[in-house]
Design a protein around this ligand. Structure first.
Ligand SMILES: *[C@@H]1O[C@H](CO)[C@@H](O)[C@H](O)[C@H]1NC(C)=O
Ligand SMILES: *[C@@H]1O[C@H](CO)[C@@H](O)[C@H](O)[C@H]1NC(C)=O
Ligand SMILES: *[C@@H]1O[C@H](CO)[C@@H](O)[C@H](O)[C@H]1NC(C)=O
Ligand SMILES: *[C@@H]1O[C@H](CO)[C@@H](O)[C@H](O)[C@H]1NC(C)=O
Length: 205
């Protein structure tokens, strides 16, 4: 009787253990991370004191979009870029849409965009010394491709402040990382805690 019960318990334990390992591996292989977005270039000819093309009011920018997933592709929806006059987003200077595209795993895309700007609003962002401060927001949604399957849409909303010098280009020589103000890592931590709890239960069961 007791031997039987012991065998049953062992069997049950190994079943739970296998289930645990399987879900851990499932989670590891289904886990996705959002693409990294940054601004590589930002040029407003209208603010370029050294240019004789100051009637050109079109903003030119370059985005870097990086899929950091080792084995998942990314389907981007239209990428909406909005530029505001102040970090507090009081007025829209211009908008630009980068069309939807697919990106393979571990790939980096460099996307050029242009946005016609409203010079009246631009002038509000310019300091007395000729430099200016803008807010750039990026909104899109992505689906991840896992083998032959597409996940549901994950919304991405990121942004950064961009300082522009008297030559109309961004002051920061390095790429400007676009980041979200909210906590988009909540589900990730929930998942971690869930798995830890699971193993906790396993050990004490
Ligand atoms: C800008 O355009 C105005 C009229 O459209 C012209 O008079 C002016 O010379 C132009 N300025 C430059 C720097 O091209
Ligand atoms: C945004 O900031 C600018 C400059 O700091 C200020 O003039 C403007 O009133 C602010 N707008 C809002 C809506 O807070
Ligand atoms: C211009 O003025 C702004 C605001 O006072 C300041 O943040 C910025 O650093 C200045 N830029 C230069 C090049 O002095
Ligand atoms: C992007 O902008 C277009 C219109 O310009 C809008 O229809 C679309 O919903 C926007 N996408 C996102 C993710 O906000």
């Amino acid at each position: 009787m007791s031997e039987n019960a012991g065998g049953c318990c062992r069997c049950c334990c190994s079943f739970i253990f296998t289930l645990g390992l399987t879900s851990l591996f499932m989670w590891l292989s289904l886990r996705t991370s959002n693409p990294k977005c940054s601004i590589e270039g930002f040029y407003l000819p209208a603010l370029d004191k050294s240019s004789n093309n100051r009637n050109n009011t079109t903003l030119q920018f370059q985005l870097k979009l990086e899929n950091t997933n080792k084995d998942k592709g990314v389907y981007y929806d239209d990428v909406n870029v909005t530029v505001y006059d102040f970090p507090n987003r009081s007025h829209i200077i211009g908008t630009s849409v980068i069309g939807r595209f697919y990106q393979g795993h571990k790939k980096t895309a460099h996307k050029n965009g242009t946005a016609p700007t409203d010079q009246k609003v631009v002038s509000r962002a310019v300091f007395a010394n000729g430099s200016a401060l803008f807010r750039v927001d990026l909104v899109t949604a992505v689906r991840f491709k896992i083998i032959a399957w597409k996940t549901k849409r994950h919304k991405i909303a990121v942004g950064a402040d961009v300082e522009v010098n008297v030559n109309g280009t961004k002051v920061n020589k390095k790429n400007i990382k676009l980041s979200s103000s909210g906590s988009n890592n909540v589900s990730y931590y929930c998942c971690c805690v869930g798995i830890l709890l699971y193993f906790f239960v396993l050990i004490f069961a």
